[in-house]
Design a protein around this ligand. Sequence first.
Ligand code: AMP
Ligand code: MG
Length: 313
Amino acid sequence: MQTTLTDSIAIAAQFIRAGEVVAFPTETVYGLGANIFDESAIEKIFLAKGRPSDNPLIAHIGKRADLHLLAREITPMAETFMEHFFPGPLTLVLPKQANISRLATAGLDTIGIRMPRHPVAQSLLQTCGVPLVAPSANLSGKPSPTTWEAVQMDLAGRIACILRGEQAEVGLESTVVDCSRVTPLLLRAGAITLEQLQAVVPTIQIAQPSLSEPQRSPGLKYKHYAPQARVEMVVLPMTFVASDAAAFIGLHPPASNVKHCKLCQTIEEYAHSLFQFFRECDAMEIEVIYCEAVSEAGLGLALMDRIKRAAHG
Ligand code: AMP
Ligand code: MG
């Protein structure tokens, strides 16, 4: 299949209308979108990514009115979260409408819904006129793509179109909160922080991976976010014995010499750079990537979650 690279929202929307899948920029990472009401287009997402069919997709909406097309019930706490954080990097899990394909939700009777704030994503959604289901636009098991070049590397020849944009601002996938239950549950940490969520709904709890039913948080089931290289988390100041093929990313300079090093000024820059750094290291045939541990406060919770998954995956 030939993959069209474009900057045109109109061209990307044409592919969606024709039942194809299109990669597009969002503020979290690049997504791979399909019309939520087109079952054969949804199948193409799973095929292109090699994604296991029991891993649900997130539905993206352009306007609040579309929520009712997807969710059977909108709980009061979901309303509260939406008031504060929509549009933005927050996904809410709600009971799904009966006509939503079970392929999209991996057989669950709930659906994850997000309203991206990225202007290109918004405009694509408005132009398509339907919600799009979109997981991250990478091959299953690879780090999520934060640039269109990363999408191209994974999916060229496997998808119809890549809508080009800037490098993703946040660089980590959305925060996921299950609002289909009495007590909301944080399923995946992201740029909307636990502290921000607690400030508006203090009862929110954190899902315990080992305790939660597997189908509630399928993201936990699979190896995610991992480069080819081995990932090790390091607490500085600590001297690690770096081989010739070692790399480092973090906030403080490491004491050892490494072949490839990325120093970040802030936690935000660290999160923004992590997946791209993983991909650069793989291209350089780095064998081990040392990632500096940070405090699990604010965005640090999401960053540490991704590093730990990459290290143990
Ligand atoms: P991604 O593939 O990174 O775009 O993220 C999709 C992830 O969102 C899944 O792996 C789940 O962790 C989460 N998710 C989506 N829909 C649901 C749902 N209905 N229930 C629970 N988690 C969901
Ligand atoms: Mg993904």
